[in-house]
Every structure is written in structure tokens, then in C-alpha cells.
Design a binder for this molecule. Structure first.
Ligand code: FES
Length: 165
């Protein structure tokens, strides 16, 4: 296969087969026992599981596409829809809710013009609401990627969002 042809079409960006091979072959030895870890690695790379990548994966590890698809849809941690470069998790658990979590969500929604579960057209952010992320004493809390932002006020939302490209 030529260099130019070594991509699969995906809805957000082209998927480089060499990158997939690096994950599937080099990191996980084409071993179907590593399916979950392979899916995690693909999701880390693309922020979601592109369908062409799963189609490519199936024969590489000898697992039917339907089974891979079943695993990908079973675990809430996997997304089959394109997600933004930055994932905002707004906590709406009880502790954060009583401390104004809903107002924070509204401010994010107003600022980015996206609702829960949506991604900005430029692919910068995806907004997801969650129920408790384990630091209730810091409520209201938002998590952006791996960063926790606790005791956040509505007037601080813009400043926090501006930290992410
Ligand atoms: S309720 Fe928000 S972190 Fe626990």
C-alpha cells in the first residue's frame, strides 16, 4: 500500500493506518485478549472510536466487528460519536447541584452554544454531565480532560474555558 493510500476515511480526520498498526500490533500484539485496552488506546488517540478504525481492527485481531461494536457500546466510557479535543464533565451530583452546578452548566451552555452531549462545531469542546466525580467538598466541580476545577463560580467559567485550545 502506498504512503498516500495508508489512511481510512473518518468523519473528523483521516485515520492513519500506521498509527492503528502501532496500537494494535506493536502495543498489543494483535491479541484479542487486549481488546478493551486496544479500544481505550484508540479512543485516547481520537477522543472517540471511529467506525473505520473498528472495521480495520476486527480482522487484525480475529474478532467479528459485531462483537467489537457490542463491547464499544456496552461500556459508557467509550464513545462512537466524534468528541471534542477537550471533554468538559460538569458534575450535577447532589453536592454540586446544591452548590450551583446547574448555573455553571447554563453558563457553559450559553458560552459555547452547546447542550449536554454536544460538541462545538470547531471540535474544541464536548460537554457531558456526570453524577459525582468524587470531590464533592470542592463543589461545584467541572473536570476538563484530567483537570479538576473546584468551587468554580459562574463568572470564572470563561476564564477556565480559555485555558483550553
Ligand atoms: S457531587 Fe459533584 S463531585 Fe460529588
Amino acid at each position: 500500500m502506498s504512503e498516500a493510500a495508508a489512511t481510512l476515511s473518518g468523519p473528523v480526520e483521516e485515520i492513519d493506518i500506521r498509527e492503528l498498526d502501532d496500537i494494535i500490533e506493536n502495543q498489543f500484539g494483535n491479541d484479542k485478549e487486549n481488546l478493551i485496552m486496544i479500544l481505550q488506546a484508540i479512543q485516547r488517540r481520537y477522543n472517540y472510536l471511529p467506525r473505520p478504525a473498528l472495521t480495520y481492527l476486527a480482522p487484525k485481531i480475529g474478532v467479528p466487528f459485531s462483537k467489537i461494536y457490542g463491547v464499544a457500546t456496552f461500556y459508557a466510557t467509550f464513545s462512537l460519536e466524534p468528541r471534542g479535543r477537550n471533554i468538559i464533565s460538569i458534575c450535577l451530583g447532589t453536592a454540586c447541584h446544591v452548590r450551583g452546578g446547574e448555573r455553571i452548566r447554563e453558563r457553559i451552555t450559553d458560552s459555547l452554544k452547546i447542550k449536554d452531549g454536544e460538541t462545538t462545531p470547531d471540535g474544541r469542546f464536548t460537554l457531558e454531565s456526570v453524577r459525582c466525580i468524587g470531590c464533592c467538598s470542592l463543589g461545584p466541580v467541572i473536570k476538563i480532560n484530567e483537570d479538576m476545577h473546584g468551587r468554580i463560580g459562574t463568572d470564572e467559567v470563561e476564564k477556565v474555558l480559555n485555558q483550553y485550545e
